[in-house]
Write a protein of this length. Structure first.
Lengths: 189, 172
């Protein structure tokens, strides 16, 4: 059976008995979302790269203890979140926005549009970097990865209601950031 | 794209300000789809991640092999100590005791026959026999052997405990 079409949990069960193909497929599926999450938490690309490797090492070291009745994505994100938090606890990492977000998906925008888009993203990045790590993870899992509240709750080891509150509060806190408030006015003002 | 992003962000901020939670949720989702929170750096290469995973697995296997060797060594030492104790201490001791028991048995039989013939009290006979048996067992050799075996057993158990707890930590 083609590995790319199989559910994560089945691949995890195969990885637990030593299948390299299953490991590769899981890495292929999760390296980007895990990297996106960790990068937003530590705000340093080089550190994020190391921590992504650490997170996968931890996942595959413990994969034989993964309960295949649960969602692999929640378990993976939980380990990634904890790996980043451990790093933040060990070092006092400054909460600064990421250097220059990419412009993937642009349809040849004008220089003025590009500048505006870069400003918008910078403002959002800066606001996001001010949130506490759990809020950042909640926002990213909900809106970037499209996870449901139940999965976010599992990933953050919280009751579902609390996960929902985290997402709600995080979004409110982002909206209240003065850098983003400037964008609430129409562009002609 | 820029207009989409700007518009959806403005809609989201307006919805948040008005307290329309569902609209805010939808508009923020739209803003993210329009490029907000886009990946700021390339994710690490798949091969590098897999190489790190394989390196860790090799290290883990080496650690397990080391712990297995230590466990086997501890068990072998325990078995050797037990064998030594059996061959050089327990068997000769038991042999001597058995010989002494037979000797005592003969003496006791003779003594009992004489005692019964002279009409001695049953309780006095039992007391005499118990006293003789206790004095035969309570010798320095017997006590030393027992203590030595207990010490060897305790040390072996402690070694196994350390090895197994190290194993548990490495898994965690």
């Amino acid at each position: 059976v083609e590995t790319s079409t199989r559910p994560d949990e089945e691949l995890a069960a195969e990885a637990a008995v030593g299948s390299d193909d299953a490991c590769s497929e899981l890495v292929r599926r999760y390296r980007r979302p895990v990297h996106a999450l960790i990068l937003r938490l530590v705000n340093d690309p080089a550190t994020a790269e190391e921590l992504v490797q650490d997170a996968f090492v931890k996942v595959f070291a413990a994969i034989d203890r993964f309960d295949t009745g649960r969602r692999f994505s929640s378990w993976m994100f939980r380990i990634a979140h904890n790996t980043a938090l451990d790093h933040l606890r060990r070092r006092a990492v400054p909460l600064e926005p990421l250097p220059g977000s990419d412009t993937a998906g642009d349809c040849d925008p004008s220089p003025a549009d590009r500048l505006e888009q870069a400003d918008l993203k910078r403002a959002l990045d800066a606001a996001l970097a001010q949130l506490r790590p759990e809020y950042r993870t909640a926002i990213l899992l909900r809106y970037r990865e499209g996870l449901g509240y139940e999965e976010i709750a599992e990933a953050l080891d919280l009751p579902q209601g609390t996960a929902k509150t985290f997402v709600h509060r995080a979004r409110k806190a982002l909206a209240a950031d003065p850098r983003l408030q400037a964008w609430s006015r129409p562009p002609n003002d | 794209m820029t207009d989409d992003l700007r518009d959806s962000l403005a809609q989201w901020l307006a919805a948040e300000a008005a307290g329309r939670d569902d609209d805010a949720d939808a508009a923020f989702t739209q803003a993210v789809n329009a490029g907000a929170l886009a990946q700021a750096a390339e994710a690490p290469d798949e091969r590098r991640i897999l190489a790190a995973v394989r390196r860790d697995r090799r290290r883990h296997r080496a650690r397990l092999a080391f712990r297995r060797t230590v466990t086997r060594g501890a068990v072998a030492a325990l078995v050797l100590a037990s064998l030594y104790a059996s061959v050089f201490i327990v068997v000769p001791f038991v042999g001597r005791r058995a010989y002494r028991a037979v000797e005592l048995g003969v003496q006791v039989s003779v003594w009992l026959a004489l005692a019964v013939a002279e009409g001695l009290d049953v309780w006095a006979i039992v007391w005499q026999v118990a006293e003789a048996a206790a004095s035969a067992l309570a010798t320095p050799t017997f006590a030393t052997t027992l203590i030595a075996l207990e010490v060897v057993g305790a040390l072996a158990l402690y070694a196994l405990y350390r090895v197994l707890s190290g194993e548990r930590e490495s898994i965690q």
